[in-house]
Design a protein around this ligand. Structure first.
Ligand SMILES: *[C@@H]1O[C@H](CO)[C@@H](O)[C@H](O)[C@H]1NC(C)=O
Ligand SMILES: *[C@@H]1O[C@H](CO)[C@@H](O)[C@H](O)[C@H]1NC(C)=O
Length: 120
């Protein structure tokens, strides 16, 4: 029961975040979390700002032959957006791996929570 409530909250959170995405946030939600899915990986992706620099990095999740990713969420943290961008560059929904790229605005940093959901 606890798990179910958590999943419902996670889905509601995902919907709320996706509404905000186009307006102010640099977050994304891909796919859908179904009941029975688990959090396969959660990563904190953080860089402080550096004068005049654009910073980038990639974060990957690699499952095994039975793994199926159902949802990928990159949620920018913090009260004010630093206007970074995040997007999937390979793998993704329905596959067993995903790589997400993060890119800062010039002189800014980023702070994300990256969640990969699915069947292990
Ligand atoms: C990621 O998944 C794709 C499609 O299943 C596969 O071709 C590729 O080898 C996988 N990459 C890794 C690093 O596992
Ligand atoms: C890999 O597969 C096994 C079942 O063969 C599963 O129990 C395990 O959780 C999987 N590992 C990952 C990282 O998904």
């Amino acid at each position: 029961m606890k798990t179910l409530i958590f999943l419902v909250l996670a889905v509601l959170g995902a919907n709320a975040a996706s509404v905000k995405t186009s307006a102010a946030r640099s977050s994304f939600n891909a796919g859908f979390i179904a009941v029975g899915d688990t959090l396969l990986q959660r990563s904190i992706v953080y860089r402080g700002g550096r004068a005049n620099e654009v910073q980038t990095e990639t974060v990957s999740f690699n499952g095994n032959s039975t793994t199926r990713i159902t949802a990928v969420q990159a949620h920018e943290q913090g009260e004010f957006s630093q206007r970074p961008t995040a997007w999937m560059i390979s793998g993704g929904i329905g596959l067993n791996n995903v790589t997400v790229k993060f890119k800062s605005a010039v002189g800014r940093g980023y702070y994300y929570h990256l969640m990969v959901w699915g069947r292990p």
